[in-house]
Design a protein around this ligand. Structure first.
Ligand SMILES: [Zn+2]
Ligand SMILES: [Zn+2]
Length: 581
């Protein structure tokens, strides 16, 4: 009996795609100590027993072939520049994650970066420039035979101490004492990239400088870890994250600070403008600000980033900050009706206070809030205050009287009786008043009479001065302006030019004309001396004319030379006569 054999299945079997790199399982996803992408690269290189440089070369070679046109690392991207920013929120991080995903056929390597927070966290000063680690963690993992890796937390600038060992992170190799770049060609997880020395330390040795569990650095490091652990939960969706943060911060300010954003800003140590923008959803905080919020209030970081009824969310109405110096600030926003009533009461006060004084009393910093409540009442308060200020400069009751009415009157009459009366403002000052209004008000007639008398005396004085100036012009020679002013009893000649500008100009012109005439006269006389016999000496001529020899030589050079030469001729002739034959 012939048996019929099964027909062969000739369809080729489906071979699943092969990964170029070993698909290592990332460590700690969803926990505070989640591995960083740079750390994963180191571990991958170690698993293949090649230097990191060779691994990245291979990655660069195979990834564009695996996914042509997309996701590859640019060929001109120098390997040496690979830094912690590959763990960050920028496009370079996305490219590295995509490339490694392709090469390992994994899909979860984005979780080793901060890409979950893209659009929420800003990339500025997020990462350290040098490789940083916790020696105690390395030591502990090696002694318990666990994988050695580098958590993402260690690369962040904000975390300064290990959240588990509470000791500062280290950036200098214990063997060569040098800092190193996050990835160097010989880097291996847990070993120096320069000298290859072991970077870990035994926990006993490392336990020297442990920070307190209550220290701010410790809280910040722990909160940073919590933030990283949240990454799978927020799931690369910036919009819901921004909305959740906006709503949470608003609830926090409303319930814990009675809606007072400025108080909140002061408490957490940021600017009121930042708080205002966060509450409006205009901006998101930097990572250090976010952690500072959590640290100052001692509220878990998840409370600010998660919304809905899931785990980690908080009820802002019931939660109380764990911060020791927290106290809910006094309520500033009082009911409008009550404020309005207080403003109305102020209207009856005497002396009327200023609006800023009222605002201060009611607990406001400026008057803007009161004006918003009732502008009309505020206007009336301001008007009252202004009026009270006009008539009552002394707010402590009515002003005391400096002089009686009779004293004032007597002083005015006495002044009027004098030939040269004192002015009313001067009398007021002498009696202790700052102004003369109390004199002009009750005694307008007397004051006017004094002013008239003063004006009349002044006019008389000016007339007398004018006469004097006019007579001075006619004098020969006319006096100088300065002499004239001294004659009138003034130190400065300006007073003359102010009152009699025309006359002064005339006087000066006349002085110039007289001087000119005098010069011509002297010249004539000098010329007569040039003809005189016997020829006189220059000294003699000068003496007779009242001239200085220097002035004569400068003003009348021709006559001067002639007189001098004639006198010299005469001297020579006389000397010749005396000479014996
Ligand atoms: Zn540690
Ligand atoms: Zn070293």
């Amino acid at each position: 009996m012939a048996s019929i054999l099964d027909s062969w299945d000739l369809t080729p079997p489906v071979v699943p795609p092969r990964a170029r790199f070993c698909p290592l399982e990332p460590i700690g996803v969803g926990t505070p100590l989640v591995e960083g992408l740079t750390g994963y690269l180191l571990r991958l290189a170690e698993a293949h027993a090649v230097p990191v440089a060779a691994l990245t070369e291979e990655l660069r070679r195979c990834v564009p072939i695996a996914r042509p046109g997309s996701g590859g690392i640019e060929n001109d991207c120098p390997y040496g520049l690979l830094s912690y920013s590959a763990n960050g929120v920028e496009e370079s991080a996305a490219k590295w994650a995509r490339a490694l995903n392709t090469a390992t056929l994994r899909s979860d390597l984005r979780n080793l970066t901060l890409l979950a927070f893209v659009g929420f966290l800003c990339s500025l000063s997020l990462f350290r420039r040098f490789r940083t680690w916790c020696p105690a963690c390395f030591g502990e993992w090696r002694s318990s035979n666990r994988s050695i890796y580098e958590p993402l937390l260690w690369s962040l600038t904000v975390a300064r101490v290990c959240p588990y060992h509470r000791q500062p992170f280290v950036s200098l190799c214990p063997r060569c004492g040098q800092p190193m770049r996050p990835i160097m060609s010989l880097s291996r997880p847990g070993y120096c990239g320069r000298c290859g020395g072991w970077l870990g330390a035994t926990p006993a040795k490392a336990r020297s400088e442990v920070t307190s569990a209550m220290a701010p650095e410790h809280w910040v490091s722990k909160a940073t870890g919590d933030l990283l652990a949240l990454a799978p939960e927020v799931d690369h969706q910036p919009a819901p994250l921004r909305i959740a943060f906006r709503d949470n911060i608003d609830s926090c300010v409303r319930h814990l600070f009675n809606g007072n954003g400025a108080e909140f800003a002061k408490f957490v140590g940021c600017t009121p403008t930042s708080v205002y923008n966060w509450r409006n959803g205009k901006t998101t905080p930097r990572i250090d600000q976010l952690l500072q919020l959590s640290e100052r209030l001692r509220i878990p970081i998840a409370a600010f980033l998660l919304s809905g009824a899931g785990s980690g969310t908080v009820d802002w109405k019931t939660i109380k900050p764990d911060a020791t110096d927290y106290a809910a600030p006094a309520v500033l926003h009082r009911p409008r009706a009550k404020m309005r009533q207080s403003l109305r009461m102020v209207l009856n006060e005497h002396p009327a206070p200023s609006l800023s004084e009222v605002a201060r009393r009611l607990g406001y910093q400026g008057t803007e809030g009161l004006r918003r409540i009732n502008p009309t009442l505020c206007k009336r308060i301001t008007d009252n205050h202004r009026k009270s200020f006009q008539y009552e400069p002394h707010s402590h009751g009515p002003r005391w009287r400096i002089c009686g009415r009779k004293e004032v009157e007597a002083a005015l009459k006495a002044a009027l009786a004098k030939t040269e009366p004192e002015s009313v403002p001067r009398i007021a000052r002498r009696l202790g008043y700052t102004g003369s209004a109390p004199f002009f008000g009750p005694f307008p007639g007397l004051c006017r009479a004094i002013s008239l008398k003063i004006a009349r005396r002044r006019a008389t004085r000016i007339r007398a001065m004018r006469r004097l100036v006019e007579s001075a012009i006619r004098q020969n020679p006319p006096p100088t302006l300065r002499m004239l002013a001294l004659q009138l009893g003034y130190k400065d000649k300006k007073v003359l030019t102010r009152y009699f500008a025309g006359l002064c100009a005339e006087l000066l012109a006349r002085r110039r004309a007289v001087a000119k005439g005098r010069i011509a006269e002297v010249q004539r006389e000098l010329q007569s001396y040039t003809r005189l016999e016997p020829a006189p000496s220059m000294a003699e001529a000068c003496r007779k004319l009242g001239l200085k020899p220097q002035t004569a030589s400068r003003r009348f050079p021709v006559e001067y030379k002639l007189i001098v030469s004639r006198y010299q001729q005469r001297r020579r002739k006389m000397a010749g006569l005396r000479r014996p034959y």
